[in-house]
Design a protein around this ligand. Sequence first.
Ligand code: EPZ
Length: 420
Amino acid sequence: MDKFIVKGPSKLKGEIAISGSKNAALPILASTILFEKEVVIKNLPRVKDIDTMINLLKSLGSIVKFSKDKKTVKITKKKKHKFFASYSLVRTMRAGILVLGALVAKYQKSITSLPGGCLIGARPINYHLNALKKLGMKYEIKKGYIHANSKGKLKGAKIRFSKISVGATENTIIAACLANGITILRNCAIEPEIIDLINFLKSGGAKIKFIGKRTVRIEGVKILKSTIYSVMSDRIETGTFCVAACLTGGNLKINNCDPKIIKAELSLLKKVGAKIKTSKNQIHILGPKKIKNISNLVTKEYPNFPTDLQAQFMVLLCKAKGKSSITESIFENRFMHVAELRRLGAEIIIKKNKALILGSTNFKAAELMSSDLRASVALVLAALVAKGTSIINRIYHLDRGYENIENKLRKVGVKIRRIS
Ligand code: EPZ
């Protein structure tokens, strides 16, 4: 298994280019099942989860041609489509569940593996299943698989999500595109990745529009035509590199990003002392000499502070002067990085879903173990400022969601190398 060797402390200086968004590309790729003709998708990030989703699509009968740089795909479908989404693929990449809505909407049948949980939580899909049922999907769960079908096309319905869920919102919007009639979805998640999915579907002829802050109206259409679409930039990768610049007192220009969709994060970084200048596709960030603490940071649904940057901000607050606290309100077990940060010298007290960070940590290098995707990148951030050489094991977790991170960091002055 690959590992990283990181020699700290370092200061980030120079320019970094952001890749396409994994969490926008995954639902967009899943929704290509709805399309009749060829679909071209550009600006895909070269990360493991995208490969897994493409393998899943191929197993279902999609024909996928890559460009040389593997950032563009051309997707068409074989005449004979399959409906079996296997456990082996869906288990490793839970977003595989997003093919369920597309398969039932297009083919009125699907046998899709339950995604199972992961380290950050049980990750149930009850909101997905309840919403698809309201559109007319019938299902039975047998041996870990959802055996789903619908009598004829799905039918539009009025649905209100009892809790805001990114995946459930995506699955239901995808399914409603080909349903007969009008679907009104209330209490939707409105993450930028969902807006990107909606823009992609509309580029293929879907009729989708917001009729309220969290209310979406979808008018089913007969078919979706060919389209060419470029995926948005990754706001979590952008936020991660902003934290890295702030943490190391660096001077970083972050290109190919969209500052408008990380307002909450940028205002927090200004609060801890960073100097930030933004233009249309660039963030220029100067890290402070002294990092100020944040009394209570709470993760919430967009447009509030995102759970996917919680671990990264925790590293930053370990370096802050004075106490800070972070409340994780989205997932039930998303503090796996804490035990590893303590091995680097952090003083963090956990009480249920709240972490009290004592601050003024002088990180000392150590050997570390990655766990989930964002916890792993938090360990890389800590190793950037730790004195000495750190080893970070099991970086396959990182490879799922960060494209070429060691090369991007090396380019801005970090001593990091991968050993297999
Ligand atoms: C998406 O996961 C992202 N994944 C996650 O990013 C992200 O952390 C999360 O949204 C929240 O923003 C992708 O987009 C591929 P949810 P998702 O449904 O859709 C509970 C990363 O690091 N819930 O909004 O699974 C759920 O357990 C990943 O890139 C139910 O109870 O998130 C969680 O506590 C990690 N029943 C909360 O809701 C359901 O049917 C929010 O989950 C669905 C969700």
